[in-house]
Write a protein that binds this ligand. Structure first.
Ligand SMILES: Cc1ncc(COP(=O)(O)O)c(C=O)c1O
Length: 449
């Protein structure tokens, strides 16, 4: 990703990270783009990490970062949480893979179904991508229709079935009520892309029009109930409930992709927060405390497709290591007190940002829900992906982000579309440190706007 960094910001980053630069060159000889996931590639070179502990990352040059990126939201436990370290070490000694069920399966499944009214039964996967992929297959099996409707700007992982209209460029968007379908990757077959329709966020009438047109083809709707690949873009009015009614009326399976929201915005995710029951929920990230694991689950009658012929297999599914992490995370780490703690800190950080913006005359606003928040350096509200795209200045935001990083604060995952995560290990002092650092950066931002 090419960006235009202010010369001193780029120079400082380069001076602080020479070993990362070297490793970038060495890794590129063996690994495309020198990263393990293309999202991690950034200009002038990515940070190579040596270790993580608590709320800090240490890079290979010995720089320490106060981490509010928290693994793109997977790290609500913070790093190396003692309860998780103990459980993982213990499990390592008892075997990390059995490829057979164990008692851990019922414990982990119970820990999830107890939290979610909408989830009667659940299957485990290894990532968010797998969770949405399987949820979509099960939904197709249940509805008997091949097409799904997704929302413009949402991301549901990297399988072919939903790699459509996540970050479409302005010139390709089409009509706001009938977004053009934009395939996000080379190699996605047209035949697969044809199984996806795209609708706008927060426009229930436009969604109904699309459903009416294709009443025999579309069998499921998949949404991020808060669009967290467009900052923290909430559903407005009765949008999520309206989609529930449409799904009932048109016989569709309603899928919540709660990979980013699940267990984070409330113990039972966005479904609990907004009081809307989806038919299926896809989960990953923070259900496992930084261990690769995902899950999808939902209504008994829909999940029964798995016993009736919808495939869900996998060597690593429900492996004991991941299940121990899930059980520990849900039972010991993400307690009721933990939510009070992170929600209060989330508000403190968001309000603190608002104060600094006002004090220093920086144009911007904060969107946040509990422990999840994002800073936008423009005042216009964000109702959907198009609002974001019309107003975001990626280069400007990158300069804020690198200026924070150069001062030892990783404010949120790389890219203005991403959001901070407050972990259970963050404290008021960490939030204060984040805000003090923003105060140092803000005057420069004000001058550049
Ligand atoms: C909403 C959403 N769904 C699915 C995924 C894919 O998850 P994973 O990266 O674990 O495959 C992501 C990843 O960021 C996501 O944000």
């Amino acid at each position: 990703m090419d960006v235009d960094l202010w010369s001193d910001v780029e120079a400082t980053y380069r001076e602080r990270t020479p070993r990362s630069r070297e490793l970038y060159g060495e890794t590129a000889e063996h690994v495309p783009a020198a990263v393990g996931s293309t999202f991690r590639e950034w200009t002038p070179h990515p940070l190579y990490i040596d270790s993580a502990e608590g709320v800090h990352l240490q890079d290979v040059d010995g720089n320490r970062y106060l981490d509010f990126g928290m693994n793109n939201g997977a790290g609500m436990s913070g790093h190396t949480h003692p309860a998780l370290v103990e459980a993982i070490q213990d499990q390592a000694e008892q075997g990390t893979l059995y490829t057979k069920p164990s008692e851990l399966l019922v414990e982990a499944a119970e820990a999830i179904t107890e939290r979610w009214d909408a989830v009667d039964t659940v299957r485990f996967t290894n990532s968010g991508t797998e969770s949405t992929m399987h949820a979509i297959r099960v939904a197709r099996a249940h509805s008997g229709r091949d097409k799904i409707l997704k929302i413009e700007g949402s991301y549901h992982g990297v399988h072919d079935y939903a790699l459509i209209s996540k970050s479409a460029p302005r010139e390709k968007l089409g009509h706001p009520k009938r977004p053009t379908k934009v395939v996000e990757s080379e190699g996605v077959p047209d035949a697969v892309a044809d199984t996806v329709e795209v609708g706008p966020w927060n426009d229930i009438d436009a969604i109904e029009d699309i459903l009416q047109e294709q009443v025999r083809e579309i069998g499921a709707i998949i949404v991020e109930p808060i669009v967290m690949n467009v900052g923290v873009t909430q559903p407005y009015g009765e949008f999520l409930g309206g989609l529930r009614e449409l799904c009932d009326e048109y016989g569709l399976v309603y899928i919540f992709d709660e990979v980013k929201t699940g267990m984070k915005v409330a113990p039972g995710g966005a479904a609990e927060l907004y009081g809307v029951d989806p038919d299926l929920v896809a989960m990953a990230k923070s259900i496992g405390g930084n261990v690769p694991v995902g899950a999808f689950g939902g209504d008994d009658a829909v999940m029964a497709e798995i016993t009736d012929g919808a495939a869900h297999f996998g060597t690593y599914n429900a492996n004991p290591l991941a299940l121990r992490a899930v059980i520990t995370q849900l039972r010991e780490v993400l307690t009721g007190d933990a939510y009070d703690h992170v929600d209060a800190l989330g508000e403190r950080l968001a309000r603190g940002y608002e104060d600094v913006l006002a004090d220093h005359g920086v144009a911007g606003h904060v969107d946040w829900v509990n422990s999840q928040g994002t800073i936008n350096f423009f005042e216009e509200p964000v109702h959907d992906y198009r609002d974001f795209l019309a107003n975001v200045d990626v280069d400007f935001h990158e300069n804020y982000w690198f200026a924070m990083l150069n001062r030892g604060v990783l404010a949120h995952p790389h890219h203005p579309s991403q959001q901070w995560t407050i972990s259970v290990q963050h404290t008021r002092e960490h939030v204060n440190e984040h805000l003090e650092t923003f105060k140092e950066v803000a005057p420069r931002l004000a001058r550049k706007q």
